[in-house]
Design a protein around this ligand. Structure first.
Ligand code: SF4
Length: 343
């Protein structure tokens, strides 16, 4: 079997609070990402969801190596990007691009739309003015904008147009995968739908894979093939999108779905009592980090961190109570399993 396009193995990111030194070895750390593993196939959309502070945006930055991991590996087409030198890393970024949440602050306000779009290509090859304009016009059309807009500054564009511009810039290097971090969160709902449909069309036409990071479950349900749910730095459930929304297994996934607003007032909502706040990642609870808020918690939950376990229907879940009931007879916690989709 060939390698997945992107494979993440046991990724860890800890941020020390303050400077360490010979007199301060016990510096408290923020455990932003803890033992996160997943993979993404070509042409697939993997969504990562969770509340603010769960570590999903840190995962995005680690994937692009905008921040260095404390431990773990990120393999792009089989190559660990942590081991690449500056030159090779630049090359890997041709294949993996990012679209940011705030289209305004991620675009250079002094450059025109055309200059913004062709800037990444200009870092790799010299293009004549005529070729640059032709490339800008082609990419603007691809994202549903008129070629004449290449002469406008970001301040002369609407929020939706600016995000389209960010997508066009990401497409300019013909990437295999795009990391979209809350890419539609700052947009109006009607514009959100247009951008999501644009991303899905581009995926169909160009076979691009997406890691789509969002806190909005309705967005995830619309665009995702598979969904990873994160809580306090860990993945607690990873499942095909339809199965996850129809039948959440982890109590936290269930609570997230139950708490999401439903546009139909007559629809019966699932009642899942989850109390309290998300604990601090500086001092996460022992055992299962969700145990202080979990209505199903048992004694073991306070002691043992639940391992991700593959269930009969092919999803992986980290829960001492729910996962064993969903496993095949004789199967228990499994330390190693394929995180690629089950055919
Ligand atoms: Fe709840 Fe225990 Fe499952 Fe954690 S392991 S989600 S505390 S039942």
């Amino acid at each position: 079997m060939s390698d997945p396009l992107l494979k993440v193995e046991n990724l860890v990111k800890h941020y020390p609070l303050g400077a360490a030194g010979i007199f301060r070895k016990d510096v408290p750390v923020v455990r932003a990402v803890q033992d996160v593993s997943f993979s993404v196939e070509a042409g697939e959309t993997l969504c990562i969801v969770g509340e603010s502070g769960c570590g999903k945006s840190t995962v995005a930055r680690l994937l692009m190596r905008l921040t260095e991991p404390t431990d773990g590996r990120v393999l792009l087409e089989g190559t660990d990007i942590a081991g690449l030198n500056k030159h090779a890393l630049r090359d890997s970024r041709r294949r993996m691009q990012m679209v940011f949440q705030d289209p305004y602050s991620s675009l250079n306000p002094r450059l025109t739309a055309g200059q913004i779009i062709t800037e990444p290509v200009g870092n790799f090859e010299r293009l004549s003015r005529r070729k640059r304009d032709a490339l800008a016009a082609e990419l603007l059309q691809k994202v549903g904008m008129a070629p004449e807009m290449m002469h406008r500054l970001p301040s002369e564009l609407s929020g939706g147009q600016r995000q389209r511009l960010g997508i066009a810039r990401a497409l300019s290097l013909n990437p295999s995968i795009i990391i979209a971090d809350e890419a539609v969160s700052a947009l109006d709902v009607s514009v959100q739908a247009q951008i999501l449909n644009l991303l899905m069309d581009l995926q169909e036409q160009m076979g691009i894979a997406f890691v789509f990071i969002s806190h909005d479950l309705s967005v995830v349900e619309h665009i995702g093939h598979r969904v990873a749910v994160m809580y306090l730095g860990r993945i607690v459930e990873l499942a095909p999108c339809e199965a996850l929304f129809a039948n959440p297994v982890h109590p936290y996934t269930e609570a997230l779905i139950a708490a999401a607003p439903v546009p139909n007032p007559t629809q019966v909502r699932l009642e899942v009592p989850v109390e309290g706040e998300v604990p601090s990642p500086v001092k996460p609870p022992s055992g299962c980090a969700f145990h202080p808020r979990c209505p199903l918690a048992i004694e073991r939950c306070r002691i043992d961190v639940p391992a991700l376990t593959r269930t009969r229907d092919g999803r992986v879940v980290a829960c001492h109570v729910r996962a064993p009931a969903r496993c095949s007879p004789g199967q228990s916690d499994v330390g190693s399993f394929s995180l690629t989709p089950v055919a």
